[in-house]
Design a protein around this ligand. Structure first.
Ligand code: SAH
Ligand code: SF4
Ligand code: F3S
Length: 458
């Protein structure tokens, strides 16, 4: 970009999973050479991208209400606003978007982000919307520019996309396409780059991240455990996490990596969805409740302080009171540190949407409330159990109050403590004094003398 390039403003709104967060950052990277700089204010936005989520009906409806408000904003700017809809709703409902919201200029699916500059140019000439929702054979990652933006202390890195599992209830295989793993070398290069730009913790992302596989630089077939060990060698990288994993793809090497790779944090999001074998079968999850219990046992044997998080769906078609009770029993058996739980939402085109035995809304509400009360108690208990410990805290930045800093424990709890701003980016010992339902508070346990491996790269 030269000085003569006009400055334009880009607003990106992001819903859904962390992969969308990563994608939004990459869309900003792609548009930066065209002169687009980020803004939060819709009134000054020359371009607005809604990066959308299709996972549940509520998420999808939010997009259409937002588009209604954007129509007004565009009118107030005399039409001088490019409106783009990206993400999983764009992929699944491209035609409906252009029909219901003809003021949308661009509709693009998650595999087309590298084409954005060309689409923006086409949109300025086209009468109607420009649409790209193919699954092009070429690798979009090869066509996306490397990020140059300064990174926060924590950064996301997509290593795998798509899903071939076809769980009965889920739209992801349709919106993100089939499973694809990025090559190991490209991932290592991007990880090194993110660390050189300031990241100290990387979260490897994928819809089925532990299905990642590829040829390593040594010519051998790598799975995620090997990749994690390689990334752990990057100087300056203090912490590695990965999400979201599927119980079926948890191999021996990855479990072992939890025990032998200190940079791999002792926190794992491992969705189970239900504790009933009958429902797990109807969901096409490919494992039983006891398979999950045994898997957790093996993980905890490798890493005794491992904290677990999960996803639960209340009221999948066919779910009886006994099935619901089995889910509560599984939750009690495992003891989750954190969890997300949802009411089953029928999604067009998925097998579960037309299954017999759809559960009434009121029943789903009641079951979800019960599940959430139990999970909330477990989270509070977990947080309270941290009190008295000295935890390694990765300091992410200033806290809410003056003189306060914020960070994360190895188990992903947010922590607040008093300390100087110079600690940002360091891993420091913090004595946890209180465990609250959603966060911890602590005090610096010792003057900050980070060990060599925990010192920031710069
Ligand atoms: N790949 C991950 C999950 C991706 S979707 C996995 O296999 O577990 C994130 C979560 O949304 C899912 O774990 C599930 O709990 C929830 N979800 C997906 N589809 C849903 C639906 N139709 N209704 C309610 N919750 C749903
Ligand atoms: Fe959806 Fe199942 Fe694939 Fe997860 S594994 S993304 S829940 S189809
Ligand atoms: Fe939503 Fe698509 Fe992620 S449907 S959860 S944004 S993969």
């Amino acid at each position: 970009m030269t000085d003569a390039t006009p400055r334009k403003r880009l607003l990106i709104r992001t819903w859904g999973c962390q992969m969308n967060v990563y994608d939004s950052a990459r869309m900003a990277d792609v548009l930066a050479p065209l002169g687009y700089a980020p803004t939060e204010a819709v009134e000054e936005a020359d371009m607005v991208i809604l990066n959308t989520c299709h996972i549940r009906e509520k998420a999808t409806e939010k997009v259409f209400s937002d588009l209604g408000r954007l129509r007004e904003a565009k009118r107030e700017r005399g039409g001088e606003m490019v409106i783009a809809v990206a993400g999983c709703v764009a992929q699944a409902e491209g035609a409906e978007i252009t029909a219901r919201a003809p003021w949308v200029d661009i509709v693009l699916g998650p595999q087309s982000y590298h084409r954005l500059p060309e689409m923006v140019a086409r949109a300025s000439r086209a009468a109607g919307a420009v649409i790209e929702t193919d699954f092009p054979a070429e690798d979009k990652f090869d066509h996306l520019p490397e990020t140059t933006a300064p990174q926060g202390v924590t950064a996301f890195l997509t290593v795998q996309e798509g899903c071939d599992k076809f769980c009965s209830f889920c739209v992801v295989p349709y919106t993100r396409g089939s499973e694809y793993s990025r090559p190991a070398a490209a991932i290592v290069t991007e990880a090194e780059r993110l660390v050189s730009l300031g990241a100290r913790e990387l979260t490897l992302l994928g819809q089925n991240v532990n299905a990642w596989h590829g040829e390593g630089p040594d010519g051998r077939a790598w799975t995620l455990g090997r990749l994690v060990r390689r990334l752990a060698e990057i100087p300056g990288l203090a912490r590695i996490r990965y999400t979201t994993s599927h119980p079926r793809d948890m191999d021996d090497d990855l479990i072992a990596a939890h025990g032998d790779t200190p940079a791999l944090m002792p926190f794992l999001h491992l969705p189970v969805q239900s504790g009933s074998d009958r429902i797990l079968k109807a969901m096409n999850r490919g494992h039983t409740a006891d398979d999950y219990r045994r898997l957790v046992d093996r993980l905890r044997a490798a890493r005794p302080d491992l904290a677990l998080s999960t996803d639960i769906i209340a009221g999948h078609p066919g779910e009886s009171e006994a099935d619901h009770a089995a889910t509560l029993a599984l939750i009690r058996d495992i003891g989750f540190a954190q969890a997300f739980s949802f009411k089953y939402s029928a999604r067009p085109g998925t097998p579960a949407a037309t299954m017999a035995g759809q559960v009434e809304e009121a029943v789903k509400d009641a079951r979800l409330a019960e599940i959430q009360a139990l999970l909330r108690d477990q989270q509070t208990a977990f947080n309270r159990s941290r009190a008295g410990m000295v935890a390694d805290v990765l300091v992410t930045g200033p806290g809410r109050h003056p003189g306060q800093m914020a960070g994360r424990t190895p188990w992903l709890n947010p922590v607040h403590f008093d300390g100087p701003e110079s600690l940002a980016g360091q891993v420091v010992p913090v004595k946890i004094v209180a465990g609250n339902p959603n966060s911890l508070s602590g005090v610096l346990a010792a003057p900050a003398t980070p060990s060599a491996r925990e010192r920031p790269a710069a």
